[in-house]
Design a protein around this ligand. Structure first.
Ligand SMILES: *Cc1c(COP(=O)(O)O)cnc(C)c1O
Length: 352
């Protein structure tokens, strides 16, 4: 979901951007107008996330998955080893991609989700007790499919790389704790086709192997994320979303609203024996609320009736089943209230 105000702004200036008589899609990415847009986008993102000066901000291609291979190719070379924490399907996919590009001995992975009293919970190992020399530790702060979020900061002896595709800018984080943060834009920032990379400058001194130029962080830094033609329309929309976030009070203000939205939904689920959550309270995602109907035979009817109420995209990922409400920054409280009301009505009708 994108903020409606941003979509309306884009609509109003689609054919004539900044009085140039052309669309932002039609001008050169090297024109001074577009460069000004990208500079402002970086300033706004740095402000929103309090990104320190020793970090580069890159706007790249290839979505979240593109970064699965980029981190390997940029940092591991032929010898480097990395540790991957697995908390759900996206971090598992990151491991699979890393293994594809390296020899198996280079990639270690640790499953960190345990089933405790029927609920999935993240149990972090003591990383300082692992006596191995890793170039980085990779993990996913929010497992979009599973609805599992890790709120604790990791205490890691190795540089931390975090996939924040689905919870970037949903709450405040300390960027200093990370060596690299990446996010596909389409969950919480803008349209697909763009990914954001925030990388500490010392990471770029690690040895890398020859690799695809468009995914090379060093080249992206050198060319201001314009080694090749960037996804300009996605970049423009992301820049508008950053402005929208700033007007609304930034990430801290969004975090408050997001907690409120998630609590509305989880509190209702907990109060009902018609619905259930399989994630422990400690790790319930604020962005992706996964839940199940106790009577799964009603799943189809639930989805059909929800879509009649214009409540869409509630079907859980096929790998986990059930339901998932993705309530990203752009989802207003009213949307969550409407869902809770629908769920209540649906439960009442089927209990009788
Ligand atoms: C969606 C998602 C991805 C993959 O994003 P693509 O842009 O489709 O490659 C990776 N990680 C997480 C956590 C995601 O939510």
């Amino acid at each position: 979901m994108l903020p409606q105000a941003v979509m309306q702004q884009a609509q109003s200036e689609l054919l004539d951007w900044h009085g140039l008589g052309t669309s932002v899609m039609e001008i050169s990415h090297r024109s001074k107008e577009f460069i000004a847009l990208t500079e402002q986008a970086e300033i706004d993102l740095r402000e929103l996330m309090s990104i320190p000066a020793n970090y580069h901000v890159l706007f790249m291609h290839g979505g979240g998955r593109g970064q699965f291979s980029a981190v390997v190719n940029n940092f591991l070379g032929q010898q480097g080893k990395a540790l991957y924490l697995v908390s759900g399907s996206w971090s598992q996919s990151a491991v699979a991609e890393a293994k594809k590009l390296t020899s198996d001995a280079q990639i270690d992975s640790l499953d960190i989700v345990e089933n405790i009293n029927g609920k999935n919970q993240v149990v972090l190992p003591d990383l300082n007790k692992i006596d191995r020399d890793y170039r980085y530790l990779h993990y996913c702060t929010n497992e979009t499919v599973d609805g599992i979020e890790i709120f604790d900061e990791l205490d890691s002896p190795w540089p931390i790389i975090a996939d924040m595709s689905s919870n970037i800018m949903s709450r405040e984080i300390n960027v200093n704790k990370y060596a690299l943060i990446y996010a596909g834009a389409q969950k919480n920032i803008g349209p697909s086709g763009l990914s954001i990379v925030i990388v500490r400058d010392d990471m770029l001194e690690l040895p890398s192997l020859p690799q695809s130029s468009i995914m090379d962080y060093r080249l992206a830094v050198k060319h201001g994320s314009m080694y090749n033609t960037p996804p300009t329309f996605a970049w423009y929309l992301a820049a508008e979303v950053f402005k929208w976030l700033k007007v609304r009070g930034g990430v801290a203000a969004m975090a408050k609203i997001n907690l409120h939205k998630a609590a509305l939904l989880y509190d209702f689920i907990d109060s009902s024996d018609f619905y259930t959550s399989k994630v422990s309270v400690k790790n319930r995602s604020v962005m992706n609320v996964t839940f199940y109907l106790t009577n799964e035979a009603l799943n189809g009817e639930f989805l059909n009736q929800a879509s009649e109420e214009k409540l869409v995209a509630l079907k859980g990922h096929r790998s986990v089943g059930g339901m998932r409400a993705s309530i990203y920054n752009a989802m207003p409280i009213e949307g969550v209230e409407a869902l809770v009301e629908f769920m209540q009505d649906f439960a009442n009708k089927h209990k009788a």
